[in-house]
Design a protein around this ligand. Structure first.
Ligand code: ADP
Ligand code: MG
Length: 317
């Protein structure tokens, strides 16, 4: 493999997640800037797991022909840690929507939600059909925006492998995007199915569209949170929700993803036929400059308010 850690210059942290940090780095040889995810995995990843990640590395390199997936440059193992080298994007969707709803007191317009939906469903379908990969960690922070107007999915495959390994060693933690059948396997007929990702997509879209997570945010315990997903009704988006208007098509799309029974929930082929997707797919070439302008506009507002698109945590503001 063509990279070693010595070829990279660290320009500082841009984010932090459950498995480690993400840093901005520059590849010295050609001054290419990238995002490097450093996963602390010495305790979790044994040799066999490393080999599996290396195999995935090969698969991920070939994922570079889908424009809805973050470019992947390679993986490095350094002193038991795994470094994932990928395209640097402008901002993740969690930070973006929180700024728009909580600081600007605005909503994300439906044409932008449409493009987010089109990009994510195509990315998930590509992973499944071409790479035989199920994402397993669909959530707003894994959807990234670029101010040139691109919307891309990241953190597939490898994060899935690691999530499983880590879930076995530590407590599962708060993962409220999980489908009911993943929490309680009694609801599931076989192993992991793409439809669990469809559920997570529904929760993600509902959160990003309404500006708030569709389940109560303050859980008394992780147990209570999981109990509610399994025992409670599925969240449903309505035409008027939290003082915001949504189209019939968008509500229908989100609510289709949030069908509680796994076997009744659609897979990607059906979702791609949905009128909401069809409409925004057709609009895509025309609205692309609008998407770019919109993202730039929000980033500019953040910058004018002295908020970094990378390190900000607007939730507590
Ligand atoms: P999580 O996705 O759970 O937030 P991660 O470790 O995957 O945790 O990422 C931490 C943060 O780093 C993300 O929330 C995102 O804001 C940022 N980030 C990750 N990858 C990139 C990237 N390629 N470009 C820009 N920002 C990124
Ligand atoms: Mg992530």
């Amino acid at each position: 493999y063509d990279f070693t850690a010595d070829d990279l210059l660290d320009l500082g942290e841009i984010g932090r997640g459950g498995f480690g940090s993400v840093n901005k780095m520059i590849f010295k040889k050609n001054e290419k800037v990238m995002a490097v995810k450093r996963i602390r995995c010495s305790n979790v990843v044994d040799e066999r797991e490393q080999k599996r990640i290396m195999d995935l590395d090969v698969a991920m390199r070939s994922s570079n022909d889908c424009s809805y997936i973050v470019r992947f440059y390679g993986a490095i193992f350094k002193e038991g840690d795994c470094w994932i080298l990928m395209e640097l994007m402008s901002i993740s969707l969690d930070k973006f929507y929180k700024y728009v709803y909580e600081r600007q007191n605005q909503r994300i317009p439906e044409n932008i939600l449409g493009q987010i939906t089109v990009a994510t469903v195509h990315a998930l379908n590509y992973l499944k059909e071409k790479l035989k990969i199920i994402h397993r960690d669909v959530k707003p922070s894994n959807i990234l925006l670029h101010d040139r107007g691109d919307i891309k999915l990241c953190d597939f495959g490898i994060s899935g492998q690691l999530i499983d390994s880590i879930a076995k060693t530590k407590d599962a933690g708060c993962r409220p995007y999980m489908a009911p059948e993943r929490i309680d396997p009694e609801f599931s007929h076989k192993g992991y199915d793409v439809r669990s990702d469809v559920w997570s997509l529904g929760i993600t879209l509902m959160e990003v569209a309404t500006g708030k997570f569709p389940y109560p945010n303050k859980w008394a315990s992780v147990f209570e949170q999981l109990y509610q997903v399994v025992q409670g009704p599925a969240p449903q988006l309505t035409r008027h929700y939290n003082g915001i208007d949504f189209s019939e098509e968008f509500c229908s799309f989100v609510n289709t993803c949030l069908i509680k029974e796994e076997k009744n929930r659609p897979k990607y082929q059906t979702l791609l036929q949905h009128s909401f997707i069809q409409l925004h797919e057709k609009l895509q070439p025309y609205v692309h400059p609008e998407v770019s302008a919109y993202i730039q506009n929000v980033l500019e507002s953040m910058s004018n308010n002295g908020i970094s698109q990378f390190t900000t945590d607007v939730q507590g503001a």
